[in-house]
Design a protein around this ligand. Structure first.
Ligand code: GDP
Ligand code: GDP
Length: 500
């Protein structure tokens, strides 16, 4: 249950932080966030380099306080980075040279225990690279001359940053190994299907390859009622508050007895910590980072929303992150007791409004509750546990291919120029989140809207309430391998699942 390492980008305005952020995050376009119309102020994202995944934060997007001076702003960014990051990229401008705001930030960053990488940006050419030498006076033994805009020097710096991160946790390594194994397995099943062999699998089952309790992150903006909900749940169930072994910072989980087993509410310290940090927009942004880390460690995110205030762009951000990270989602509309003039249609109207605001969350269940009166508070846990199960569910290859055949018969993929792409078959390669691999003659020609169509068909037929599902498209020749030519290795055990 380890958190992804965090790399924070710090620096005064205009040095190129968001340009660097976009380069690190790369071409991984945030489809879900486009739909939430929040792409521009995106400041957190998952990225990967040398096979290592991490979370990048552009602290410049933190908007400390509207009236703050540049110096105060950059110092505040530096403090957040020190508190939350595993590596810090301190961006300065090689074209503009050293400024007082840079010195202020450096002053704060000197006390960081995480490694600091001084990135002298806008070093677009060899002459500018020499200018970068000026920043040695800040006191770090090494500076990295880079051009975030053109990419120059960025790879070398990233190599060094990734090498300086805390060692990969067993969980991260296992996750990587699982993905690779799933890919291989999917290719083998494709061979079988191409050879006309129906893979023998049990009916739909919940994958138990990753045992352990259901982990839930309660997230949402300050004051929506997270700690009230936590207290209500703790009041209703047996609670055990436990520090997480192996974590350095003050992450504390709460375990609750639930049914036969237990659920874990992740990082409840972050929820109880209210008041200790700045209030206003700074606390908002700060709490977002905390929420993302909690989501990383959880199976399911419960996004708590204030019924009166409604859903904000920041909520959409957090939810978008959870979707990208493949986590389950429950939307919990709290303070339902405050909604005036309720009728039996109020809830449906509210849900309709949410569906329009965040169409990319159309698969997430919605519950209205009052943490104050306790009304439907336990329903939040029930839904989260249901979503957990959906997230680990598998559907057999035969059933999936019937869904695919039916979907294609109803509406074939649109032709690109004169050629119509062909989808041969599909298999569910993994769970948590459910991941489906589709084999096609020309995967790149399957249009985004058609991918959405297939996702909707799978959901119509097989559910998967509350969990994102992934559709991956792979190229495959139409030729059929010789029968028996491509069999699984000895044992034939199904990756991540039972085949007994
Ligand atoms: P931020 O305020 O620190 O996030 O800075 P931005 O990323 O918004 O960049 C500020 C300006 O510097 C923009 O006009 C960028 O195009 C430009 N810029 C960023 N990186 C480079 C670079 O490597 N070389 C050059 N020449 N310009 C850059
Ligand atoms: P957090 O910052 O998200 O942890 O929010 P809190 O749990 O501290 O709640 C913020 C305020 O909202 C407090 O004054 C709570 O008493 C109030 N509150 C929380 N849940 C409810 C609810 O369901 N109904 C009403 N009326 N007030 C609530």
């Amino acid at each position: 249950m380890a958190t992804l390492p965090v790399i924070a980008i710090v620096g005064r305005p205009n040095v190129g932080k968001s340009t660097l952020f976009n380069r690190l995050v790369g071409a991984r376009t945030a489809i879900v966030e486009d739909q939430a119309r929040t792409t521009r102020d995106r400041i957190y994202a998952d990225a990967e380099w040398n096979g290592r995944r991490f979370l990048v934060v552009d602290t410049g997007g933190l908007e400390i306080e509207p009236g703050d001076s540049i110096e105060t702003g950059v110092q505040e960014q530096a403090r957040i980075a020190i508190a939350e990051a595993d590596a810090i990229v301190f961006v300065v401008d090689a074209a503009a040279g050293l400024t007082p705001a840079d010195e202020e930030a450096a002053g704060v960053l000197r006390s960081a225990s995480a490694p600091v990488f001084v990135a002298a940006n806008k070093a677009d050419n060899a002459r500018r690279e020499l200018d970068a030498a000026e920043f040695w006076s800040l006191g770090w033994s090494e500076t990295w001359a880079i051009s975030a805009l053109h990419g120059r020097g960025v790879a070398d710096m990233l190599d060094a940053i990734v090498a300086a991160l805390p060692p990969e946790s067993a969980d991260e390594a296992a996750r990587r190994a699982r993905t690779a194994a799933e890919e291989r397995e999917a290719a083998l099943i494709a061979d079988e299907l191409a050879a006309g062999v129906e893979p023998d699998e049990p009916a739909a089952w919940v994958d138990e390859a990753q045992p352990g309790p259901v982990t839930i992150a309660l997230v949402g903006r300050p004051n929506v009622g997270k700690s009230s909900l936590l207290n209500t749940l703790v009041g209703h169930q047996r609670a055990i508050v436990s520090p997480i072994p192996g974590t350095t910072r003050d992450a504390i989980d709460t375990r609750l007895g639930y049914g036969q087993g237990e659920v874990v509410l992740v990082d409840t310290a972050g929820i109880r910590r209210r008041g200790k940090v700045a209030s206003g927009p700074a606390e908002d942004r700060w709490s977002t980072l905390r929420a993302l880390k909690a989501i990383d460690r959880a199976d399911v995110a419960v996004l708590v929303i204030d019924a009166v205030e409604g859903l904000t762009a920041q909520d959409a951000h957090v939810a978008g992150y959870a979707v990208e990270a493949g986590k389950g989602i429950v939307l919990a509309i709290n303070k339902w007791d405050l909604v005036e003039g309720k009728t039996d249609r109020s809830f449906d109207r509210y849900v309709g409004w949410i569906r329009r605001e965040v169409p990319f969350l159309d698969f997430a269940p919605v519950v209205s509750l009052s943490a104050k009166t306790g009304q439907r508070a336990d329903r939040v846990l029930e839904l989260a546990v249901d979503v957990w199960g959906e997230r680990r569910r598998r559907i057999p290859t035969g059933e999936l291919n019937r869904i695919l055949a039916d979907a294609v018969a109803r509406q074939p993929p649109p032709a690109v120029r004169t050629r119509r792409p062909r989808l041969y078959f599909a298999t569910q390669a993994g769970v948590a989140p459910p991941t489906f691999v589709f084999f096609a003659n020309d995967a790149s020609a399957i249009h985004f809207s058609y991918r959405r169509y297939l996702e909707n068909r799978i959901r119509d037929a097989a559910g998967f309430m509350g969990t994102p599902i992934r559709l991956v498209f792979r190229n495959r020749g139409a030729e059929r391998p010789r029968r028996g030519g491509a069999r699984r290795g000895a044992g034939g055990s199904r990756v991540g699942g039972r085949r007994d």
